[in-house]
Design a protein around this ligand. Sequence first.
Ligand code: NAG
Ligand code: NAG
Ligand code: NAG
Length: 310
Amino acid sequence: MPNSLSTASSNLLFSLFIIQLLFTTSLIRATPENSKLFREYIGAEGKNVTFSNVPVNPNVDFHFILSFAVDYTNSSSPSSTNGFFNPYWDRDNLNPSQISSIKGHHPNVKVAMSLAGDTLDNHFVYFNPASTSSWVRNAISSITQIVREYNLDGIDIDYEHFNADPDTFAECIGRLLVYLKQNDIVSFASIAPYEDDSIQPHYLALWRKYGHLIDYVNFQFYAYDNRTTVPQFMQYFDTQSSNYRGGKILLSFGTDGSGGLTPENGFFMACSMLKSQGKLHGIFIWSADDSKEADFHYEKQSQDFLASGK
Ligand SMILES: *[C@@H]1O[C@H](CO)[C@@H](O)[C@H](O)[C@H]1NC(C)=O
Ligand SMILES: *[C@@H]1O[C@H](CO)[C@@H](O)[C@H](O)[C@H]1NC(C)=O
Ligand SMILES: *[C@@H]1O[C@H](CO)[C@@H](O)[C@H](O)[C@H]1NC(C)=O
């Protein structure tokens, strides 16, 4: 009988242990996943914006995203260079020595570059690989060289026009990311899709197969209608969270007069609601070039918001 008593008490202890474990696990699950990540595109619009123009709050993680490296020529009739990228951001103001200077002054700053973008010299930039293997080979060598020259930390994928099907896009970008991450060329990667039938299938195919290599989804919420309300924004966030399941969907607005939910119309209200639900993975802005005139008012507000409490 003593044996079964001790069995009973060890069963009781074991049950308590399991209850404790379940309780702890559910606490861990309920812990908000808010982050203090602030990202901003810079250098696409020839307005002489510099890194040091942009206010950096020491209590956030700050990513500058150089816009853009492009696998297109800028000749009079632009054509694809099949994965061979060149930097086309404002290299007078955003060069390797300015990158080392801004990182030296702000240990919380990292610098990434974005691939492709919408247009180069008013021509659409197409994803236009001659073949998967040749595109990947060229992309690996040209990107590795640029990352080393500029001492970059990350990469962002922003193709918006396609001459290839979603599976080809997924395979090219996926293999590129595998290489860049496995060889520690970059430490983080993001994608920048928006809601459009010609865009989403490509990024969703990439996400399905290579989502584990993508750290952030820079969803372009500013590509939605300029009359977006807070409830609509919340609904868009839910839709994209289920599209990019398990991803860190960052919230965004434009300072270039594009659409979406602006700060004037309640952007930070939506941020507060998502923060209280533990779903605020960060904020990004398009773009520093456009914010220069307004003295980076919303950059300060965004970073103050992210830095304040949980
Ligand atoms: C940018 O700087 C260059 C060189 O100083 C100058 O020629 C150009 O006018 C400037 N552009 C703008 C938009 O300020
Ligand atoms: C194309 O870009 C190169 C390097 O970025 C630059 O030197 C050249 O002036 C540009 N050409 C045109 C036609 O814009
Ligand atoms: C919103 O977008 C519409 C259609 O593109 C445009 O006509 C209108 O001027 C924009 N409104 C604002 C406030 O930017």
